[in-house]
Ligand binder design. Structure first.
Ligand code: NAD
Length: 301
């Protein structure tokens, strides 16, 4: 069969596996888009989540198994925690139609691609993806239509992925209001380890440090704006972040060790009362952060 099996016109039904923040927002954004004409069918492991997503209008229909979802869907979006991906993909591989497109929103791309290959999926129909958007909230109630507006989505097509399939997935994300970039899998995992996974590890470790040093009451009594800003992402889902840390282990550990080196250097500067070096470190960091913030805000106008 040629690549022509994948086309925009043949997408009528979109299946969502995992009905939380990411899949829910994807569906709500597409339903709100002017071009919307899709029917959404959902599957999540827990029956209560399936019922709740129907009630919230995230999907038009739900099914009790991946087998039933694959039978009726032209595009399948997988948005489950990273360590749940291999089982979902193995089940999908038993039933998937040769003309459907499989995509995902997982935060780590190397382990997703490896799980697709291990499941024996035809990589021509797989378009790995990752929306660089999220909140610290999760679950059926967390999704909202504007989540992806003005945000980036990274696609990391496999060397065998069909160009037509990639274009279909790109169109869907653009209809959600997102800007789509292409990246190699390894680059994605390295960049995201530094910019997203490391800050989460740091936020969890910071709060963990504070609560083990002092009584919780003391810490939270005197915590103000800085603590609230810095620790916000420590309210994220622990299972999702355990999965990301383990699925992107090598790159996450590299980023953490790099941070440790910088932290040790800062400790040495403070131990040595090296005020000049401390100011230089802080000023460099402040200037780079201000530059980044300015270009980030400009890009969103
Ligand atoms: P979520 O917890 O809000 O939703 C996940 C859903 O998957 C839940 O409904 C859960 O019940 C379901 N689920 C879990 N295991 C399952 C299984 N084996 N089969 C079927 N359903 C299952 O999580 P989310 O924030 O929507 O994240 C989903 C994916 O998107 C993750 O891989 C995450 O790494 C990625 N992601 C998250 C963010 C973020 O900020 N939350 C951003 C970008 C990408």
């Amino acid at each position: 069969m040629t690549e022509q099996r994948f086309s925009r016109q043949s997408v009528h039904t979109i299946g969502l596996i995992g009905l939380g923040l990411i899949a829910g927002s994807f569906s709500l954004a597409l339903q709100a888009s002017r071009k919307s004409r899709y029917r959404f069918v959902g599957y999540s492991r827990k029956a209560e989540n399936r019922e709740a997503s129907l009630a919230r209008g995230l999907v038009h229909d739900v099914v009790p198994s991946i087998a039933e979802l694959t039978a009726c869907c032209d595009v399948i979006m997988i948005a489950v925690p990273m360590l749940a991906m291999p089982d979902v993909l193995a089940e999908l591989a038993h039933h998937v139609r040769p003309d459907s497109i499989i995509t995902d929103a997982g935060s780590v791309k190397g382990s997703f691609v490896a799980a697709c290959e291990a499941a024996g999926l035809d990589m021509r129909q797989v378009v790995p993806g990752h929306p660089i958007a999220g909140t610290e909230k999760s679950g059926v109630a967390a999704g909202f239509a504007e989540l992806y507006r003005g945000r980036r989505v990274v696609l990391t097509p496999h060397k065998q992925t069909s160009h037509q399939a990639t274009e279909v997935v790109m169109d869907l994300w653009q209809a959600c209001g997102a800007e789509v970039d292409m990246m190699a899998v390894e680059q994605h995992d390295r960049v995201l380890a530094a910019t997203s996974h490391l800050p989460h590890m740091l936020a969890f470790a910071l709060v963990d440090t504070l609560i083990t040093r002092e009584s919780d009451e003391q810490v939270f009594r005197y915590a103000a704006g800085g603590f609230k800003d810095f620790s916000r992402i420590a309210s994220s889902d622990p299972v999702m972040w355990r999965d990301i840390a383990l699925a992107n282990k090598t790159a996450v550990l590299d980023a953490m060790r790099d941070l440790q080196t910088h932290f040790d250097a800062l400790i040495a500067k403070i131990e040595n009362d090296d005020g000049e070096a401390i100011v230089q470190t802080f000023a460099n960091a402040r200037d780079r952060r201000d530059d980044w913030l300015e270009s980030f805000l400009n890009s969103r106008q």
